[in-house]
Design a protein around this ligand. Structure first.
Ligand code: 6R9
Length: 639
């Protein structure tokens, strides 16, 4: 399954195109199946309906845990580095992790969770988060991890959409020098969540929390009441493994559904190949450090499932890159002799801005592969990463993929594919990208750009959006007939290399976090006195994209303080979605540029937010062209 040379990559790619079923069946055979599958693939992108390894039975935790016990039971599976560098970390060997996952699975059972039930997980980046995720998978419960930065309202929406029966959380979380009250936020959410019967609470910060009789239980006490004996539930390859909510261009976030068999095969295959993880194990196994939060897909696939399915050692970091100082990543790299570092362009740009002092006083010689994910990486950040972190001896894998794709799609294979700054380079075996124009016509040849689609299913493709299959069809499979549409724009250069240029829909990418403009507008519009708003992205040095909001407010009294109102609006957005969605700039306007049919012309607002007012393009279709001059005059753009 491991590709070592470019020739092998080309051969594997060719095989995967000519005989996709044979290609993936061969890889899938390397895993533990309770019952073999009868048919490898059945698909149709119109419904859409995609099934891999049909009839196959397995449990992903047997593949991530049990099957490693004989050979690598004493090898570290998870290394945990706490927020505070002075606190002692935790290393869980495969045997210990297996034991703890089984215990936690029994805690879930004790609390009424059965196969198919949904469990919401809202936790800090502690080992118990990974353990809870795996415990759900062990008993066939469906996990829905919600990132710790989301508001009570966002948690409630997600819990209600999936009708979760149980919530796993902690009293609080540490993030840098801050303490965040997680349980309190969950309590606020649960006022509006009738489906939730039990809340399992881990002690982390030991901040005072309310514990409701009959509903809330302490994880530590529950764990004392169970054994470590928990046989894995037999799952169908197409049973749901998890739901993960992500933003789209319209309305509320959708629950992306991934299933057991295909997701396991694909995350393990891509993990091992892209990062060239050496699974030899032994006395000093390679250490993989993915800096994402498990609340996002990157954490699901490349902290938990992919690495563990390969028997790797994966590092889980609770804190942030800039605390106690901006050398924290480099402290961790040296402390654990990290082999693979997988992070986001926004983190690289942020660390770049502090200069080289904290880089130069570290060794970093253990690093072998560097990865980037989440947003396009700009040339300057790519070179800084290459020069100062990889010292020009570590290949950089710029990995393009999405929550919906489950795993990496377009990326170099470390040390195998020749890299090129800002390019995700070539599709991995099994991935068939195509570029199309607005009419869905394929754009062939090289030196072209268009909208990125995929024309053939891969094992970890989204199966549905939870509870609303039509939405899945609409969003991904209806724009271009017979194709999965990614929402990204893309360029294919003369060498056939792919470069992802960013979203072509109304989805923002702020510090690698996906946020829908409509979601932010809805939140702003909930603020008292706001009549209407329009949100666009603009280039931001560190975050990649910043959020620019144009807001029409009701007539304000003479002595009204606009700055205070802006702060109130930010508080509302924080309350409704979470701090990650707070606009960077708010401009009050008296009107928005609309077409005669009432559609906001975001193109114009985007140009103004970018400071590119000389090229507004055609404004003749506007209902009232005058508003554009007013908005231009008040724009909050630095000269
Ligand atoms: C894994 C993840 C997906 C969106 C995607 C694209 C952007 C991700 C990228 C990239 C350029 C890369 N994106 N990786 N753009 N180069 N290497 O990030 O999933 O949170 O669902 O975001 O992120 O725009 O469509 P998700």
């Amino acid at each position: 399954m491991l590709i070592r040379t470019f020739d092998q990559y080309q051969a594997a790619y060719q095989h995967s195109i000519e005989d996709p079923e044979g290609f993936w069946a061969e890889i899938a055979q390397e895993f533990v199946w309770r019952k073999p599958w009868k048919k490898t693939l059945q698909w149709n992108f119109d419904e859409p309906s995609v099934q891999w390894f049909i009839g196959g039975k397995l449990n992903i935790t047997e593949n991530c845990l049990d099957r490693h016990l004989a050979e690598r039971g004493d090898q570290p599976a998870i290394i945990w580095e706490p927020n505070d560098p002075h606190e002692t970390g935790v290393t869980l060997t495969y045997r210990m992790l297996h034991d703890q996952v089984c215990r936690m699975a029994n805690v879930l059972k004790r609390n009424g969770v059965a196969k198919g039930d949904r469990v919401c997980i809202y936790m800090p980046m502690v080992p118990e988060l990974a353990i809870s995720v795996l415990a759900c998978a062990r008993i066939g419960a469906v996990h829905s991890v919600v990132f710790g930065g989301f508001s009570a309202q966002s948690i409630a929406d997600r819990i209600n959409d999936a009708q979760c029966k149980v919530v796993i959380t902690a009293d609080g979380a540490y993030r840098g020098n801050k303490e965040i009250a997680l349980k309190e936020t969950v309590d606020d959410a649960l006022i509006a969540c009738p489906s939730v019967q039990k809340v399992i609470v881990l002690t982390r910060t030991r901040t005072p929390v309310s514990m409701i009789k009959g509903r809330d239980v302490w994880m530590e006490q529950e764990l004392k009441l169970v054994t470590a004996d928990c046989p894995a539930e037999e799952m169908d390859a197409e049973d749901i493994l998890f739901i993960l909510y992500t933003s789209g261009s319209t309305g509320k976030p959708k629950g992306v559904v991934h299933t057991c068999g295909g997701y396991m095969v694909y995350t393990a295959y891509t993990f091992q190949n892209v990062f060239q993880y050496d699974t030899a194990g032994g006395a000093s196994p390679q250490v993989h450090f993915c800096t994402a939060d498990i609340g996002w897909i990157t954490g699901h696939s490349y902290i938990v499932y992919g690495p563990l399915a390969c028997g790797a050692t994966t590092l889980l970091f609770e804190g942030i890159p800039t605390w106690p100082d901006n050398g924290r990543f480099w402290d961790i790299v040296d402390k654990y002799k990290i082999d693979i570092l997988y992070t986001a362009p926004t983190a690289i740009r942020s660390l770049m801005s502090f200069g080289l002092e904290k880089v130069e006083n570290h060794d970093l010689s253990s690093l072998k592969v560097l990865g980037s994910v989440g947003e396009p990486i700009n040339e300057e950040a790519w070179h800084w990463y290459d020069d100062h972190i990889g010292k020009n001896r570590c290949p950089i894998v710029d990995t393009w993929w999405q929550t919906e794709t489950g795993g990496i799609m377009i990326s170099p294979i470390a040390g195998v594919t020749k890299t090129k700054p800002t390019y995700a380079t070539l599709p991995l075996p099994g991935v068939q990208p195509i570029l199309v124009d607005e009419n869905g016509q394929e754009i062939e040849g090289n030196g072209v750009s268009g909208n990125l689609c995929i024309k053939f299913p891969w094992p970890a493709i989204i199966r549905t959006t939870y509870g609303d299959h039509e939405r899945c069809r609409q969003t991904y499979f209806s724009t271009y007939k017979g194709l999965y549409f990614t929402g990204d724009g893309c360029l294919r250069d003369e060498d056939g290399y792919y470069r992802i240029t960013g979203r072509v829909d109304d989805v923002l990418n702020v510090s690698g976090h996906r946020i829908g403009t409509a979601e932010v507008e809805n939140a702003i519009n909930m603020h008292t006195g706001v009549v209407e708003s329009a949100v666009v992205g603009y280039p931001h040095d560190i975050k990649g994209q910043g959020i620019y909001a144009y807001v029409i407010a009701e007539q304000m009294p003479e002595d009204h303080d606009a700055e205070l109102t802006k702060r109130d609006i930010l508080a509302t957005v924080s309350r409704v979605i979470g701090p990650i969605a707070k606009p960077d700039k708010i401009q009050f306007v008296t009107g928005l540029p609309k077409t005669r049919s009432g559609k906001i012309m975001r193109r114009i607002l985007r140009k103004i937010a970018e400071g590119d007012t000389a090229n507004l393009g055609d404004t003749t279709t506007l209902l009232d062209p005058g508003v554009v001059d007013e908005i231009k005059a008040g724009a909050l753009v630095e000269a």
